[in-house]
Write a protein that binds this ligand. Structure first.
Ligand SMILES: Nc1ncnc2c1ncn2[C@@H]1O[C@H](COP(=O)(O)OP(=O)(O)O)[C@@H](O)[C@H]1O
Ligand SMILES: [Mg+2]
Length: 253
């Protein structure tokens, strides 16, 4: 039986739900129950293959698919005449329950012509991708070092970021930046924006991207504690003695 918090995550509709909890605390359970809730909805039932379910690893995707299959089988056992439920097991086999890589490669394969790539492309092993990246970077750095006297910007970069016994500091920084850029939808646009920010003068700390981030975090914390105090005052209601002795201080806080 789900806990109160789990129940809330399972039945909430019409918005975004974020569930963050430790290993083995029932996140997958919440996700499968939530999905089953949509599938078994009496008014507006959904088919299992109309959902996009994404996880990080193949193992987690496999486990999730298995658990959804089990839930469907259990629901069908309780209601064997239900034709809709019966169809869900078949639909589940081709449902989109996968890793983000699996999902994206599926889209690319289906639209290979549009993307201008072969439909039987393979995804490179990450070790091999890493070593190709390193050797490409090595070649580029080599080229720049050859002309370092003519490139003031590169010389500055090499003398600061790359300072040390070898140029590992510089390569590491470039690789790290490259990795971070890949998490943006349009890496090049993002990089250009960052460069503009570097040259922007802000009149106050609050205007800077970091300042905004810190202020938003602080605001969230203040609002959280404000709602806690309000909740405490409401709970004190009816208890004259408690309210008289502590009510004012909580109210002021
Ligand atoms: N409220 C609950 N009551 C009983 N068992 C639960 C409850 N929530 C989760 N479980 C069980 O705990 C185990 C771990 O849950 P799981 O969803 O796999 O956790 P997570 O995905 O967070 O690692 C599963 O066997 C699940 O059925
Ligand atoms: Mg899990």
């Amino acid at each position: 039986k789900p806990t109160k918090a789990q129940e809330r995550a399972i039945v909430t509709r019409g918005g975004t739900v974020l569930v963050s909890a430790g290993a083995g605390s029932g996140k997958t359970k919440v996700l499968t129950e939530r999905l089953m809730g949509y599938i078994k909805d009496t008014e507006n039932p959904a088919d299992v293959d109309s959902f996009l379910v994404i996880t990080f690893t193949n193992a987690a995707a496999g486990e999730l698919k298995g658990r959804i299959m089990d839930e469907l089988a259990a629901a069908l056992a309780k209601d064997p005449q239900n034709k809709r439920l019966r169809r869900q097991s078949a639909l589940c086999r081709k449902a989109q329950i996968s890793t983000i890589h699996g999902f994206c490669s599926g889209i690319l394969r289906e639209n290979s012509q549009l993307a201008g790539i072969s439909p039987d492309f393979k995804i490179m092993e990450s070790d091999r991708a890493g070593s190709m990246k390193s050797s490409a970077l090595e070649r580029i750095l080599e080229k720049h070092y050859e002309q370092i006297d003519k490139q003031h910007g590169f010389r500055l970069l090499a003398d600061t970021v790359g300072a040390g016994r070898d140029d590992r500091g510089l390569s590491d920084a470039v690789l790290k930046l490259n990795e971070q850029m890949q998490s943006h939808a349009r890496p090049e646009k993002w990089a250009k924006e960052q460069i503009t920010l570097l040259h922007t003068r802000f009149s106050s700390v609050e205007e800077t991207p970091c300042g905004k981030e810190i202020l938003a975090g602080a605001k969230e914390t203040v609002n959280f504690w404000k709602s806690c105090f309000e909740d405490i005052i409401i709970r004190m209601d009816g208890d004259e003695k408690l309210l008289n002795s502590c009510g004012v201080s909580f109210g002021e806080a």
